[in-house]
Design a binder for this molecule. Structure first.
Ligand code: BES
Ligand code: MN
Ligand code: ZN
Length: 513
């Protein structure tokens, strides 16, 4: 074996071990702290520019004038999120970064974006960020900025042979620094950690993430959290429960399917839980209905729904949310094989309904038609939300900017749009017509898995067939938003971790109910 080859196999082994050992690649490359508004300036300071923003206490009017002259000379326009760094200005710290903070209407979501911009401020030394003035518009601006910073600073480095170990000191200087510190430590850090876990799972190759290793990773993250119970159903348990659809999808893979369940009890035993069910296809080749080559690699992220469910439940449990929650993650790998299911096969689902598989590439709904009725029957939830990278059709309709929400109750759809707006993860409704149910009648079984020109609504109708009219139910099709080809302030290129913040906001709203 040549030296080069040996090195390569060492790396392969290292990756296998890394995923087995369950690493976090999350960019914990910053040490975030909070201090009072009159903190001394470090060698690199950040100030926000808008009519309300206060300059640092230690900044004399002469220094302010120098900065203003530099701003004028550079033609800097302080529109929202724009930033520029000035070096070597007389009497000022070695580097001064200015960021446009927009106008009066600044909200939490805007601060998350500004925090994401902070993560792109050049240099590696300590950064002191003055938040003076922003607190008149958002209660704890430094905590919101810190959350945005963490989201924006994420990078997936598990498979890089060389990674930077450098840690940057991020110091927020402003009023109520203790409030912001507590909010980050007791709450927002858990959200950022959850988004990182979800992104890690979506970015990691199918070689390393399969049902068993997905479970290990989420288990590691869930360990030791009070009131959080983890259950994993293996092939045997799925067989005993009669989940023929999940088992069917997994038949072509060397990796058996699983169903992972997180139960968090943060409220009274009689409180109906909020239930979240996420599609967890660890790789989607399409099965016998094989997908075309181009872009197939991206199907390593077809577990986005399950990963978001795992992340959101763990984040809520970590902060001790006052709510009962159930997170259900059906997991399988969709592979073509001699043992794989065929188009035309009929599978018997958990509730006894039979389904004719028209395309083995419509596998996500097969996981959900077992998992959703199981969840409703077992937990009698107040609301069941399923989240899945279900159809290319949703992605084409709404592109990268909106997740699709489909529900029978338009009020619920509007609630979801409002939650999307506040969480920074937007959704927009797509329809579900009575005829969508008619279209999926099968000649030989109870229903078929696709029909006609199959789109997002047909996918929803297949799942809806398994949910009673009086059960509040929301379907989220996130095929377009889970993966980004270009970065936003709070999400890098690649897996977005979409859904953690949406579901987190949903959970917070239900805590208040
Ligand atoms: N995982 C795919 C959907 C998908 C497509 C996600 C693009 C992300 C990006 C899903 O399993 C699938 O293959 N859906 C088919 C359904 C069809 C065969 C009814 C689709 O949308 O083409
Ligand atoms: Mn598919
Ligand atoms: Zn899929």
């Amino acid at each position: 074996m040549s030296l080069k080859l040996r090195r390569a196999s060492h790396l392969a082994l290292a990756f296998a071990l890394m995923s087995a050992a369950v690493t976090t690649s999350a960019a914990a490359h910053a040490d975030i702290s909070f201090t009072s508004a009159d903190a001394d300036m470090s060698e690199h300071i950040v100030v926000f520019l808008d009519e309300d923003a206060d300059m640092p206490a230690g900044m004399s009017s002469a220094m302010e004038q120098t900065l203003e002259r530099a701003l004028d000379a550079s033609g800097f326009k302080s529109s929202f999120g724009k930033h520029q760094t000035f070096y070597g200005l007389e009497d000022l710290p070695a580097a001064v970064t200015v960021i446009g903070a927009g106008d009066e209407s600044l909200d939490r979501r805007d601060l998350h974006d500004l925090g994401g911009h902070l993560a792109k401020v050049p240099g590696g030394g300590a950064l002191t960020i003055y938040t003076g003035g922003l607190e008149t518009r958002v209660a704890a601006p430094a905590a919101e900025l810190a959350l945005g910073y963490r989201l924006g600073a994420y990078s997936f480095e598990t498979y890089k042979s060389k990674t930077s170990e450098a840690v940057r000191d991020i110091i927020f200087a402003g009023e109520n620094d203790d409030v912001s510190e507590a909010l980050l430590e007791d709450d927002y850090d858990a959200v950022a950690d959850a988004v990182s876990m979800t992104r890690d799972l979506g970015n990691a190759p199918g070689l390393d993430i399969y049902p068993g290793s997905f479970v290990e990773r989420v288990q590691a993250e869930a360990r030791g959290i009070p009131n959080l119970k983890v259950t994993v159903m293996g092939k045997r348990e799925l067989e005993r429960a009669g989940m023929g659809a999940i088992l069917g999808v997994g038949k072509g893979s060397v990796h058996d399917p699983r169903m992972m369940i997180l139960e968090y009890t943060g409220a009274g035993a009689n409180d109906a839980p909020l239930a979240l069910v996420g599609k967890g296809i660890t790789f989607d080749t399409g099965g016998i209905s094989l997908k075309p080559n181009s872009g197939q690699w991206m199907m390593k992220s077809d577990l986005s729904g399950a990963a978001a469910v795992g992340g959101a439940v763990i984040a809520a449990a970590k902060r001790g949310a006052d709510i009962n929650l159930v997170g259900v993650m059906p997991l399988a790998e969709n592979m073509p094989d001699g043992r794989a299911i065929r188009p035309g096969d009929v599978l018997k689902t958990y509730n006894g309904t039979t389904i004719e598989v028209m395309s083995t590439d419509a596998e996500g709904r097969l996981l959900l038609v077992d998992a959703v009725p199981y969840t409703v029957e077992t937990y009698e939830p107040e609301l069941v939300v399923n989240i899945a990278t279900l159809t290319g059709s949703a992605a084409r309709a709404l592109s990268d900017e909106y997740g699709a929400v489909i529900t029978r109750d338009f009020d619920l759809a509007q609630d979801m749009m409002d939650i999307g707006d506040r969480s920074g993860e937007d959704v927009w409704p797509l329809p579900l017509h009575p005829n969508h149910y008619v279209q999926i009648k099968s000649d030989i079984a109870d229903i078929k898995s696709t029909a006609g020109n199959p789109g997002a609504s047909i996918g929803a109708a297949v799942i809806g067939t398994f949910v009673d009219e009086d059960q509040p139910w929301v379907h989220l099709d996130i095929a377009g938003v889970d993966w980004r080809d270009s970065a936003t302030p709070t999400a890098p290129k690649g897996h977005a971790g979409w859904g953690v913040r949406f579901l987190d906001q949903l959970i917070r709203d239900y805590e208040e109910k």
